[in-house]
Design a protein. Structure first.
Length: 302
């Protein structure tokens, strides 16, 4: 279906809807000049005032995440809903379930024993990419890595996830501990933002965080196939390695940060610059966001 920015709003929303989950909402809305609030309102089929509804979802979402983390990421929508009601919130299980799905919060699966047994068998750490760093579409292949930066005698670990199609950094987190929890939180952030279809490939090195049972369980529950670099071959994860080299060369090693807050803000600002302004040679000197906008527009026009 062909659709342009001059088409009626209804046609633009109908054209964008099938692409939800393939591209970021920001990219989709920019492609046809539709406000994100209007688009979310259309997707959720919400008949109430969208501004109020979005604020309500954001507030409850924070409380849902808090309860989820407080209880070791075990509780599902029914238990979290019950706790929210006990705390005075008027919510339904369906509403909580929708929020959890959008945030990528996965409870213990009814097939947990089956999945556990599958993971108990030594799963070969296969390298699916084999240094073929190309993807045909967004959310087909994600790559991830963790790096360390020392500030005022203390180590900080930066975890990132990039979409191989556009080289866009779709999630990042900073922690004082290079734990499984760090990469798990980063993955959940990316999953909630992008809502990928089943079959996504997630490539990483052989760090213990990525090889942990809990992280493999999370990927399994999300129907994500994991790919590992070969031992001692950093070039197998060259895209993520290249991003960190640029981050350090172009930002971190050029400045002296007065505080952790300033350091964290600098990382945030650099990633925004990297996604929205920095041209990439492998992208014909386009920035990641531009590549995704073009792909979204072309998908709409097909």
């Amino acid at each position: 279906m062909n659709c342009t920015v001059s088409a009626p709003l209804k046609e633009k929303l109908e054209a964008l809807e099938p692409l939800y989950g393939q591209f970021s909402v920001h990219t989709l809305c920019d492609a046809l000049e539709v406000s994100r609030g209007t688009f979310y309102n259309h997707i959720l089929r919400n008949k109430r005032d969208n501004t109020w509804y979005a604020k309500r979802r954001a507030e409850i979402g924070e409380k849902v995440r808090e309860i989820y983390e407080e209880n070791n990421q075990i509780f599902g929508a029914d238990k979290i809903c019950a706790i929210l009601i006990q705390r005075g919130e008027r919510v339904s299980k369906r509403f909580v379930m929708s929020i959890m799905q959008n945030m990528g919060l996965i409870s213990m699966s009814p097939t947990a024993k089956k999945d556990h047994n599958r993971l108990a068998v030594s799963i070969p750490k296969k390298n699916i990419l084999n240094q073929n760093f190309t993807a045909e579409r967004p959310n087909q292949i994600w790559v991830s890595d963790i790096t360390c930066y020392k500030l005022k005698g203390k180590h900080y670990y930066i975890a990132v996830i990039l979409d191989l199609f556009s080289r866009r950094v779709i999630a990042h987190r900073i922690s004082t501990i290079a734990s499984t929890k760090l990469i798990t939180a980063t993955f959940r952030q990316a999953y909630a933002e992008r809502t990928p279809c089943p079959g996504l490939i997630f490539h990483n090195d052989r760090g213990t965080q990525y090889a942990s049972r809990s992280f493999q369980q999370l990927l399994l529950s999300c129907q994500v196939e994991q790919s590992f670099s070969h031992t001692g071959r950093p070039h197998d994860n060259a895209v993520a390695e290249s991003f960190f080299a640029n981050l350090k060369r172009e930002e971190l090693y050029r400045r002296n940060y007065r505080s952790v807050t300033e350091f964290r803000q600098a990382v945030d600002d650099y990633i925004t610059f990297y996604n929205t302004k920095r041209p990439h040679r492998t992208l014909n000197y386009k920035c990641p966001d531009e590549v995704e906008r073009i792909a979204a527009t072309q998908a709409v026009q097909k």
